[in-house]
Structure formats: C-alpha cells, structure tokens
Ligand binder design. Structure first.
Ligand SMILES: CC(C)(COP(=O)(O)OP(=O)(O)OC[C@H]1O[C@@H](n2cnc3c(N)ncnc32)[C@H](O)[C@@H]1OP(=O)(O)O)[C@@H](O)C(=O)NCCC(=O)NCCS
Length: 213
C-alpha cells in the first residue's frame, strides 16, 4: 500500500523481535496485569495453523507501528461437519499511534487479503465498538456459538464476519479458540524465560482488565 504515511507488508524473520516487542508494549496491562500475547505470537508462527501469507506489519517512518496475523480455525457444525474459517490476532497498534485510524486501516487491509486468500469467514474475541466499524457482528447472529459458554451467558465479546456474503447462511455450530492461543498457559516456564529477555515492565491491576493474571 502506498499513497499514505504508512506501508503494510508481510512480516519477515528480521522483524520478529521488533514485532514481539510491539505486541508486548501494546497489550501490556490491557487485558491483565502484564500480557501474554507476545509469547503467543512467537509460538503461533511455528504452528501449522498459522497463515504466513496473512502475517502483516504496518510500517511508518521506517518503524513498525502495527501488526496482525491469522490462524486457521473451524466451526464444528451441529451436523457433525467442520467448516473452515480463520481466527485473528494478536492484532495491535503501538500505544503512541492508537486512535488515529491506523488500526482500522490495517484491519480492513488484512481482512481484504484474507478474503483474497480464500477464507470464508473470521471469528474471534473482540470489542464490537472497534470491530463493528469493519463489518463484524455478534457471532451468535451468524449462528456460531462460543465453546464452553453456559446457555444465556454474555457472548457479546465473540464476533464474526463473513468474508464471502452468505457463507455462513447454512452453517450452525460452535467455535473454540485454537489450542495454540494458550501457549503461555501450557508452557508457563518457557513463557517466564522468554518474558525475562525483555526489559522489565511494571505489571499493574487496572480497571477494564478481563483476567486477574
Ligand atoms: C484495538 C486497536 C488495534 C485499535 O487500533 P486503533 O488504531 O487505536 O483504532 P482506530 O483509531 O483505527 O479506531 C477506529 C475507531 O474504532 C473505535 N475504537 C478504537 N479503539 C477502541 C476502543 N478501545 N474502545 C472502543 N472503541 C474503539 C473508535 O470509534 C475509533 O474511532 P475514533 O477514535 O474516531 O473514536 C489498538 O487500540 C490496540 O492495539 N489495542 C491494544 C491491543 C488490543 O486490544 N488489540 C485487539 C485485541 S482484540
């Protein structure tokens, strides 16, 4: 993408450490004291479900200020079939560039590329106030339930978007976040060793966090 004050391009191995640092800075203390997403991204890249063709960074003035990635996932249909979709993230914009429209531009670009890649739909957990502006709706309205939620529980965090209009018309079923997203919980020692390779940062309990640790 040109004609802007930024470019969006595929991530390369030379970017990995800067991107993981960006993810750590962007997610730090947002959803929990500290964050796990930088480790998750590092682990995702080596997972078979990761889609390298849809691994994007946003660069401005020679610095990476945003990133987004996609992972293969599925809807387990009530019929017993599996419907292939994508899930998304970590996705972030550097704290100093937030709320200036860069996130929406990176999101819309990467969703366009996901459609070109051949994906039919994307489901993941997010805030409708942001993602609703890029066509996401409550996944329940598309017939997709979130694995493990009790009947009647608030599922408004679970979002979906068809990349092919009508793709989910005849699909009803359940989505579970792929296991590769729980890398930090699965390997806490590896996570702690990895975290110690970054400069120390203060973990804080803040309003709006979803997890206690
Ligand atoms: C979420 C994130 C990627 C959004 O990027 P951004 O560049 O700040 O978003 P944009 O400026 O493009 O936002 C477009 C519009 O979405 C809405 N929006 C953006 N962030 C929002 C938020 N946190 N809450 C509510 N609405 C939000 C706003 O209406 C905004 O327009 P406005 O600033 O004119 O009101 C960025 O805030 C971020 O990196 N957050 C930390 C990591 C994270 O939470 N990632 C997403 C995990 S699901």
């Amino acid at each position: 993408m040109n004609n802007h004050d930024y470019i969006i391009r595929r991530e390369t191995p030379a970017d990995y450490r800067a991107v993981e640092n960006l993810v750590r800075e962007s997610f730090w203390n947002v959803y929990r004291p500290g964050c796990l997403e930088h480790f998750v991204l590092k682990c995702l890249r080596g997972n078979g479900a990761f889609v390298p063709e849809l691994d994007f960074v946003m660069e401005k003035d020679g610095r990476i200020i945003g990133q987004n990635v996609f992972v293969k996932a599925e809807i387990r249909c009530d019929s017993g079939a599996s419907f292939p979709i994508l899930t998304m993230g970590p996705f972030c914009i550097a704290p100093e560039w937030k709320r200036q429209g860069y996130g929406k531009r990176l999101l819309d670009y990467s969703l366009g590329k996901a459609a070109e890649y051949g994906a039919k739909a994307v489901c993941f957990e997010g805030n409708i106030d942001f993602y609703g502006k890029s066509g996401f709706v409550a996944a329940s309205s598309l017939g997709v339930r979130y694995h493990g939620l009790p009947e009647g529980a608030d599922d408004s965090f679970f979002l979906g978007r068809e990349l092919v209009p009508g793709a989910l018309d005849s699909v009803r079923g359940e989505y579970a976040t792929p296991a590769c997203y729980f890398a930090a919980e699965a390997e806490p020692d590896a996570f702690e060793r990895y975290e110690r390779t970054f400069p120390p940062k203060e973990k804080r309990v803040l309003p709006g966090q979803i997890f206690e640790k």
